[in-house]
Write a protein that binds this ligand. Structure first.
Ligand SMILES: NC(=O)c1ccc[n+]([C@@H]2O[C@H](COP(=O)([O-])OP(=O)(O)OC[C@H]3O[C@@H](n4cnc5c(N)ncnc54)[C@H](O)[C@@H]3O)[C@@H](O)[C@H]2O)c1
Length: 330
């Protein structure tokens, strides 16, 4: 059945990427209901849709939810997301990301909901043997966060074989930017992502920014990452839903622009966009930071027809800056 006629459940719809997804689904005529426990998300981030506050760890809540709503497909963004915290507190990550997801999958099987789009991550690859990273690259996560996502990907394959629950796992590289209209943007506490941290510095909300390592084997010695606009990520979800609607089998796709930017390049771009000079300090490398993570997006292009459209780093930063300036209380 085509999902356009049915209700889409967005879990984690009060978060950064999930809230943009809700807005895009609405703009494309879908009916949406959000589940979120508001552990890291915000009620004010949810566009005007149905909302049920609850956790995927709460089986009774899920059972009641799926009895009350006739759900056509689930978009699953809910997760604990800090790589460093996952090393010091792995049980939080295995509980929320793994046990929580299994409880969601079991309820979906029970309720005969057979389409899932899952937020996976480049962290499943660990330190890459080569870049750009394609889907055939070995998967060797370096953190409990990355492992929790890889385990879910593997469980999804088993659930397709046994229960016909079909899924698309989307491995985001570095999500960045904000909605161009300025209504939605990134809010994480604590913030660990590069661009918002630099923008907080530009807005004088933090005194300095630390670069961890300038002796990597990259052009300028700082780490290289692939920054993908949040709206491009969300478009890939819509295309994944059409892919599942056409009865295609489960799949996993790497999502990035295919172009890497070093931390120093991002600092310069932020200085240009915000017309400010940032106070940058060089610190030693952090353990577990690969020199370069860049996606090969060809498989998503071929199977989904997906192409990132907002690939200009300064445009991505300008959208995030507009959001940052509109929300100085964050
Ligand atoms: N931000 C990135 O750069 C990035 C990169 C790769 C993958 N991802 C993945 O994308 C997804 C969304 O990331 P984000 O940056 O929007 O994070 P976020 O923290 O802003 O959003 C996560 C949302 O899920 C909710 N949530 C968490 N645990 C829940 C639970 N047990 N039950 C119900 N709701 C729960 C939170 O309250 C929050 O609203 C995550 O799965 C993350 O692992 C993000």
């Amino acid at each position: 059945m085509n999902s356009h006629n049915t209700l889409i459940c967005v879990i984690g719809g009060a978060g950064y990427i999930g809230s943009h997804m809700v807005a895009l689904l609405q703009a494309n005529g879908y009916s949406v209901v959000v589940i979120d426990d508001l552990s890291t998300g915000f009620l004010t981030s949810i566009p005007k849709v149905l909302f049920e506050q609850g956790s995927i760890l709460d089986k009774e809540f899920l059972a009641d939810f799926f009895t009350r709503y006739n759900i056509g497909a689930v978009f699953h963004f809910a997760s604990s997301i800090q790589v460093g915290e996952s090393v010091s507190n792995p049980r939080k990550y295995y509980k929320n990301n793994l046990i929580g997801t299994i409880s969601l999958l079991d309820q979906m099987v029970e309720s005969k909901v057979s389409k899932l789009i899952f937020s996976s991550t480049a962290a499943i690859f660990g330190s890459p043997d080569y870049t750009p990273i394609d889907e055939l690259h070995p998967r060797r996560p370096l953190s409990p966060y990355g492992r929790s996502k890889l385990f879910v990907e593997e469980i999804l394959a088993d659930y397709e074989t046994a229960y016909n629950l079909r899924s698309v796992s989307l491995r985001y590289f570095n999500a960045a930017g904000a909605s161009p209209c300025g209504q939605l943007g990134e809010r994480h506490f604590p913030e660990t992502h590069l661009i918002p941290l630099l923008l907080q510095c530009a807005a004088n909300r933090s005194p300095s920014f630390s670069i961890f390592g300038n002796d990597y084997d990259t052009a300028d010695g700082t780490c290289v990452r692939d920054y993908i606009h949040v709206e491009d990520l969300c478009r890939a979800h819509l295309l994944s839903l059409s892919y599942l609607d056409k009865d295609n089998p489960s799949a996993a796709f790497n999502l990035g622009t295919g172009v890497g930017h070093s931390v120093s390049e991002v600092v310069s771009a932020v200085e240009d966009v915000t017309r400010s000079k940032l106070n940058i300090q060089i610190k030693p490398r952090r353990p577990g930071d690969p020199a370069s993570l860049v996606a090969d997006g060809k498989k998503a292009n071929l199977a989904l027809g997906w192409m990132p459209t907002r690939v200009d780093l300064k445009e991505i930063i300008a959208h995030a800056w507009a959001w940052e300036q509109k929300h100085p209380w964050i």
